[in-house]
Write a protein that binds this ligand. Structure first.
Ligand SMILES: Nc1ncnc2c1ncn2[C@@H]1O[C@H](COP(=O)(O)OP(=O)(O)OP(=O)(O)O)[C@@H](O)[C@H]1O
Ligand SMILES: [Mg+2]
Length: 361
């Protein structure tokens, strides 16, 4: 395969290159996708307790886990499409079936017109995949891992080196370019694996929790690299993430997955309209909350608590009363900080019934 090789453009609405050099129409179509794991004692994933991992999916009496239970999904070319959902909801199972790595029990997956269930080997030419788990490239240095990925994707040696240099510079990885992946910190390794996924461009980028373990600077570098590829090259991006608040700024549409099903699919704005009218009040107490103050006592039940922080989702009117109550008198003396904000995508997710435990705050 030459380095200019791109997947054969398909006629019609499915991933047509059109006259623009960019794919248009549908990039990825999933219908009635189902997957049940039948040997739950094996391969639950590193670093994950079985209870936590199984929390989101239906576990049958026989110990089977119905991880995907009839998923329909349409991702358009050029979109940044997010998959949200609690731990164990079935997100990674879904993307692994899109990448041809896992065979569905039922249903269809088409990527740029190619039937991936029938021809899983075609996926590697259509998409770049950053899995949730670490890679097989651990023994290589950062630069070599990226270059090798480029070579495996058909780039010439010179082109693979050139693209590697560009991507490492873009992500600020030059200082650690010659260190082996295995000797890096968790966040550095994740960023290096993300860099490798970008070399030897593919029209679809599938990223399973790309920012896990990263500091804010690295996370920002990932979101801008994703956004840049969509803007400059028309790359389609399918993104699994728990960093809902950050991802919101780059996502065009979002599907919320829960217990192996898509329970909502819309633009971030559309999902936020579900909680339109509500506001979020965060109260951080110096030590204990002053529950002897009547207004504070009244919200004690409905507030979500995380250490000294109380979060209340409520109407603007009640929020105004609360702010007045806590910024005067004895409650104010107990208050360290407060913020009043309009709803975020995370609030919409929680309203949909998603369990908050799986989402980054
Ligand atoms: N190889 C496997 N064998 C058996 N069960 C599995 C396997 N992989 C995943 N599962 C189970 O399938 C369900 C869905 O898992 P999946 O990894 O798709 O969830 P996820 O939404 O990606 O979760 P997370 O946010 O924690 O990454 C879970 O209950 C999990 O325990
Ligand atoms: Mg996962």
């Amino acid at each position: 395969m030459s380095d200019t090789d791109r997947p054969a453009p398909q006629a019609g609405p499915q991933g047509d290159l059109g006259g623009t050099g960019r794919y248009t129409g549908q990039c990825c179509t999933v219908r009635d996708l189902a997957k049940t794991y039948r040997s739950p004692s094996r391969g639950l994933g590193r670093g994950r307790s079985r209870d936590a991992a199984a929390a989101g999916a239906e576990r049958g009496a026989t110990g089977e886990v119905r991880a995907n239970d009839g998923i329909d999904l349409d991702v358009r070319c050029g979109e940044i499409f997010g998959l949200l959902g609690p731990n164990g909801a079935g997100k990674s199972t879904l993307v692994r079936q899109l990448t041809g790595l896992l065979r569905p029990d039922r249903g269809s997956v088409h990527i740029l017109g190619h039937d991936i269930v029938r021809h899983p080997e075609r996926a590697a030419r259509l998409l770049a995949y950053l899995g949730q788990e670490s890679t097989a490239l651990d023994e290589l240095t950062v630069a070599l891992a990226a270059e090798t990925t480029g070579r495996l994707r058909g780039l010439t040696p010179a082109r693979a080196r050139g693209e590697t240099a560009d991507v490492l510079a873009e992500l600020g990885l030059e200082p650690i370019a010659h260190r082996p992946l295995a000797k890096l910190s968790g966040g550095q390794r994740r960023l290096a694996c993300f860099a490798a996924a970008l070399v030897g461009e593919r029209p679809l980028l599938v990223l399973d929790e790309p920012t896990t373990g990263m500091d804010p600077v690295a996370r920002r570098a990932v979101w801008s690299a994703v956004d840049r590829r969509r803007a400059e090259r028309g790359t389609t991006v399918l993104l699994v993430t728990h960093n809902v608040i950050e991802a919101e700024t780059v996502l065009d549409r979002v599907a919320v997955v829960d217990r192996g099903r898509v329970i909502a699919c819309d633009t971030p704005g559309g999902l936020k309209a579900l909680v339109d009218g509500d506001v979020r009040l965060d109260l951080v107490w110096r030590t204990e909350a002053p529950t002897d103050v009547p207004a504070v006592a009244r919200i004690a039940e409905q507030a979500e608590r995380s250490g000294r922080r109380w979060t209340v989702r409520t109407s603007p009117e009640q929020a105004r009363e609360l702010v007045t109550a806590v910024t005067t008198g004895p409650a104010f003396a107990a208050l360290d900080d407060f913020t009043l904000a309009t709803p975020s995508l995370e609030d919409a997710y929680l309203k949909l019934g998603g369990r908050g435990g799986g989402l980054a705050k």
